[in-house]
Design a protein around this ligand. Structure first.
Ligand SMILES: *Cc1c(COP(=O)(O)O)cnc(C)c1O
Length: 356
């Protein structure tokens, strides 16, 4: 049976990425060796790293003065690396979900943290508005897409301080004005590659402003100096990331991907809004994520949630169970998910509703 993969992460990758990765596991770049057994110092892998970095710059229009890194440790290591490298005295954070909470916890180990606004009071079901970012902080950190709660900020904010964003779950789903940011990071396992690598885009000018000693591996400058090859990088995930980046370029870049993503999300939200059985958990439509669509059953049908997961599974629909902190359902509509899968999910919702 054809599967429709709605997992939140690790999550669906393009068939182009998966097939080319599988080929390289057998024979990498005609070396007669597997990608699993070649030196990261080989000229063939150096070419992979170089092209992957160049394609990130091209797709996101990264200006001069920025570096593209592929690091280990996940987005969660960036929660600590960002303040280690940038927080001298005080930083401002927007608290919009579990990942933001985790980032704030790490930042507090390095200095004062000003939580400028939070949507914790309503289980992170909206994006706080009308907050101000003070001018006396070292940087402002926010999460562009709240993977667990299904809210998203799709406009690059204007602030008078350095700007840092966790874009783990919506990078490459829209054009980004990188020049506004000092650090952008994204765990690869949502919209780029298998788990094991984190994309970091860092502005050189933001570094070297803190006094504390920074352990070698946690210092962005180490990785910049060595072209993201200070130590062994995650070779296989970087290879897969390159395939996805080539695929994105072939698709027409982030503008084209955004169009498809907007269309998929609009279809699903429309189906949720017009249903009597299902209802969205994000209160303001303007805050709704186009990557992770969170919804539940209305109180009248609440006890049927598990039945629907089983009903959908019989049609090949995988990964729609909501995160335990929200419940209900979460359909992740990452770049690689085709509209066809959204239509199959919508049909399953309609057919299930008709049986009740
Ligand atoms: C998944 C996710 C993370 C955590 O990523 P890891 O690579 O598992 O550390 C952090 N932030 C956001 C927004 C995420 O979606």
């Amino acid at each position: 049976m054809k599967k429709h993969n709605f997992y939140a992460g690790p999550s669906i990758l393009s068939q182009y990425t998966i097939k080319n990765t599988a080929d390289a596991v057998l024979n990498f770049a005609d070396t007669g060796l597997s990608i699993l057994e070649v030196s990261h110092r080989s000229k063939e892998f150096q070419a992979v790293m170089d092209e992957a970095q160049a394609l990130v710059k091209e797709l996101l229009n990264v200006p001069d003065g920025y570096h593209v890194l592929f690091l280990g440790g996940g987005a969660s290591l960036q929660f600590c690396m960002v303040p280690f490298n940038l927080l001298a005295k005080k930083a401002a954070y927007l608290e919009t979900g579990t990942w933001a909470v985790n980032a704030i916890k790490e930042a507090r180990l390095f200095g004062e943290v000003d939580v400028v606004a939070s949507s914790k009071d309503a289980n992170f079901s909206y994006i706080p508005k009308g907050f101000t970012v003070p001018d006396d902080v070292d940087y402002f950190h926010y999460t562009t897409n709240n993977t667990i709660f299904g809210t998203e900020i799709r406009k690059d904010p204007d602030v008078n301080v350095r700007l840092v964003a966790d874009m783990s779950s919506d990078i490459f789903s829209r054009p980004v004005d990188v020049s506004k940011y000092d650090v952008i990071y994204a765990g690869a396992q949502k919209n780029l590659a298998p788990a094991g690598v984190t994309l970091v885009i860092v502005k050189e000018d933001a570094l070297g402003k803190v006094e504390r000693p920074i352990p070698t591996m946690l210092d962005y400058r180490t990785h910049i100096k060595k072209g993201s090859m200070f130590n062994t990088p995650p070779v296989l995930p970087v290879y897969s990331a390159l395939q996805t980046l080539r695929y994105y370029k072939e698709m027409g870049g982030v503008e084209a991907l955004e169009k498809l993503d907007l269309a998929k999300a609009a279809r699903l939200y429309e189906a949720i809004d017009s249903s009597k059985m299902f209802t969205g958990t994000v209160t303001d439509p303007a805050d709704r994520s186009i990557m992770n669509v969170c919804f539940v059953m209305t109180p009248e049908y609440k006890e049927l949630e598990k039945d629907f997961v089983d009903f959908a599974a019989a049609r090949g629909i995988v990964g729609i169970k909501g995160h335990r902190s929200v419940g209900g359902f979460r359909a992740s509509l990452y770049n690689a998910l085709p509209m066809e899968s959204v239509e199959v999910l919508i049909q399953a919702m309609k057919d299930f509703e008709a049986t009740k």
